[in-house]
Design a protein. Structure first.
Length: 473
């Protein structure tokens, strides 16, 4: 189908090229033919007019040498000859007075279309064309006055030569234009074929690229436009390959994280049911293990569902008028007990009044994630500080811990899903927001959904600061 499409495109380009060339050629041929025809007829009219002027002058000269006007006209008509031109002189009532001797055989009006056309004409007229079996004649009539007597003198010139020239022009144009169009169409087809060859190569290569060989790229060849197209498509393939690689890693990590709690639940259930009799305390202990594993499984599923909705653009915010300082204070109080268990003090320092419109539950989750990470990475008897300020058009909430900082090699992956900078996948101690390395990824998506941003402001031994910026009204 791809090749058919290219062939169709080549055909359309060829047809359009032929049309774009053929229309001007046809217009040129028509205009040229009309100009040639008018030029030839105009030259014929000038020749007839000049001949009639000479004839009138000769009649006046001959009159001075002869006895009568009629005799002078007849003598002049017999003696003054012009090539292929017939001169006809008529009196006031339309009777033929004189005509060339070689045309006497055509004096009958019924046999001569020129005389038939002049029969009812007694006054001078503009040039006219009189049709006939031999191709027609060009006729011009003028007034001839000799010693007070009025006559009309007409010149008739056959258009046989003019018609022959015009016929040769028609044959030339009729043969040359189709030949030129054929040559132009052939050249256009070859040019289109050559110009679209890189597109055909890219089409074939693109048709062979699947999810299993996304590392393949289109050939970059051809003109600047085609190479630009190939580079853009290759960049798109780069992004697709990266997205597929991230998706595969995501699926692998999700499978690993989901497998652990499900394996715990299944193993604990198998061990519990393996013995026919157990004490109530043993059953409660086993159910407690399965409950903790199910809670972890629920948190992972909820986090994955939240990220999936965010990726699809369907993260729904329950927007309401709130005060951010209250959300910060509630999150700090809620996490304080976790800090006490790890001998870490959570300190709420500077606060400002911050009216805001957003989802208090999701914003609380952001702060809980940031505080939980800070507590987990703080040394024993350390302090986690929370600051809040207004900077220009933003509210800035800073969470600072005194841990060892984030290694430089982990900075680029810090907000990736399932990233655990502390290499604690097998960690058994659970905290308030313990999950599968999805906390910072979710936190950033929630911040972006509220029109804000989350960033790592600084990280060094003894000082790591995350900053959450939200737009101020």
């Amino acid at each position: 189908m791809a090749r058919g499409g290219l062939s169709s495109l080549r055909s359309r380009l060829t047809v359009w090229y032929a049309i774009l060339l053929g229309v001007p050629l046809a217009a040129f041929a028509i205009v040229g033919y009309v100009v040639f025809a008018r030029t030839l007829v105009s030259r014929t009219d000038r020749f007839i007019g000049d001949a009639l002027t000479v004839f009138s002058a000769e009649v006046a000269v001959e009159r001075r040498r002869t006895g009568s006007v009629t005799e002078a006209i007849t003598t002049t008509a017999n003696e003054v000859r012009f090539r292929n031109l017939r001169i006809i002189v008529r009196d006031g009532v339309g009777a033929v007075v004189a005509m060339h001797i070689d045309a006497d055989a055509r004096l009958e009006a019924d046999a001569d279309p020129v005389l038939a056309a002049l029969a009812g004409q007694s006054q001078p007229s503009e040039a006219m064309t009189v049709g006939g079996p031999s191709g027609g004649d060009r006729v011009i009539t003028r007034e001839l006055v000799v010693e007070g007597e009025s006559f009309t003198v007409s010149g008739a010139f056959p258009l046989t030569d003019v018609d022959a020239v015009l016929e040769r022009i028609r044959l030339t144009f009729g043969g040359a234009i189709p030949l030129l169009l054929l040559l132009a169409g052939t050249g256009a087809w070859f040019l289109a074929h050559r110009g679209l060859a890189p597109v055909a190569a890219m089409t074939d290569r693109a048709g062979n690229i699947t999810a299993s060989n996304l590392s393949e790229r289109l050939p970059v060849a051809g003109d600047a436009e085609l190479t630009g197209l190939a580079r853009v498509i290759n960049e798109l393939l780069d992004r697709l390959e990266d997205a597929f690689a991230r998706q595969k890693r995501f699926m692998a990590d999700a499978s690993h994280e989901l497998r652990t709690p499900t394996a715990i639940i299944r193993t604990e259930a198998d061990v519990t049911l393996a013995r026919p009799e157990r004490t109530s305390a043993e059953y409660r202990q086993s159910i407690g293990v399965m409950l903790d594993a199910s809670k972890r499984l629920t948190r992972i599923v909820d986090d994955l569902f939240l990220l999936a909705r965010a990726d699809a653009g369907h993260l729904e915010l329950r927007s309401e008028a709130i005060y951010l300082e209250e959300v910060v204070d509630d999150a700090t109080r809620a996490i304080a007990q976790v800090g006490e268990q790890r001998e870490v003090r959570v300190e709420l320092r500077h606060m400002v009044q911050a009216p805001f419109t957003g989802d208090p539950d999701l914003l609380g989750r952001v702060l809980l994630n940031l505080l939980d990470n800070a507590i987990k990475h703080s040394p024993a008897r350390g302090t986690v500080s929370v600051d809040m300020a207004r900077e220009g058009a933003e509210y800035v909430i800073s969470v600072i811990d005194g841990g060892q900082g984030i290694p430089p090699e982990n900075l680029d992956s810090l907000f990736d899903r399932f990233f655990r900078g502390d290499s604690a996948r097998g960690r058994t101690d659970n905290t308030a927001t313990d999950g599968a390395g999805l906390g910072l990824a979710i936190t950033r998506r929630i911040a972006v959904a509220h029109g804000g941003r989350l960033e790592l402001a600084s990280s060094r031994p003894g000082h790591t600061e995350f900053r959450l910026a939200l737009p101020a009204p």
